[in-house]
Design a protein around this ligand. Structure first.
Ligand code: E4P
Length: 214
């Protein structure tokens, strides 16, 4: 299973990358705004840290505008994946980019049928948002299970990125279901590494080590 980090904070990306667990990066306009930095400058810096798929999102809502932005972004680095919204125009742009050999990540997916449409249009990745569904009392992980089944039924190769991850249990369930990727905030990656018994065990080992004759 691949782990992407879901942030535009270069410091967080660098730190998580040093742990050896980061296979790629996803960003979105809100995360770029949070970084307080220029879009292309941040994306370029990220490509120098992580040698894996880096999702950069277009903001145009029409096909032609999306393609124009996508071409510009794709030129920044070979690892750039164009993130497109799950709309009819986004699907058209996914098809165009897929025909051009440019990788795509269709984002803001909230139903298995949206994921199926994106896969049919040639998406490289589909991003269902589990946390935002949980937030409105719907079963976020349930749609991941359904998308996995549908893609496996018909042999779709689009990779499922579990997005809008809020906690370690989302990541555990992503792995159990067989999602291809989870894109995870830095804080949740750090939570995954932690266990109170690990900390207690280290403390006890160090205390006992003091009793070893020197
Ligand atoms: C995924 O690609 C999105 O950037 C992200 O997971 C959205 O998460 P949020 O719902 O926490 O904003």
């Amino acid at each position: 299973m691949k782990f992407f980090i879901d942030t535009a904070d270069v410091k967080e990306i660098r730190e998580a990358h040093e742990l050896g667990v980061v296979d790629g990066v996803t960003t979105n306009p809100s995360l770029i705004a949070k970084s307080g930095r220029k879009f292309e400058e941040v994306i370029k810096e990220i490509t120098a840290i992580v040698d894996g798929p880096i999702s950069a999102e277009v903001i145009s809502l029409d096909h032609d505008g999306m393609i124009k932005e996508a071409k510009k972004l794709a030129k920044l680095h070979k690892n750039i994946v164009i993130k497109l919204p799950m709309t009819p125009e986004g699907l058209k742009a996914t098809k165009t980019l897929s025909d051009m050999g440019i990788k795509t990540n269709v984002t803001l997916i909230f139903t298995p049928m949206q994921a199926l449409l994106a896969a049919k249009a040639g998406a490289t990745y589909v991003s269902p948002f589990v946390g935002r569904l949980d937030d409105i009392s719907q079963d976020g992980m349930g749609i991941i299970e359904e998308i996995r089944t549908i893609f496996d039924n018909y042999g779709y190769t689009a990779e499922i990125i579990v997005a809008s991850v809020r906690n370690p249990v989302h990541v555990l369930n992503s792995a159990l279901i067989g999602a291809d990727v989870a894109t995870i905030p830095y804080s949740v990656i750090m939570q995954l590494a932690k266990h109170p018994l690990t900390d207690a065990g280290i403390k006890k080992f160090l205390e006992d080590w003091e009793k070893v004759p020197k």
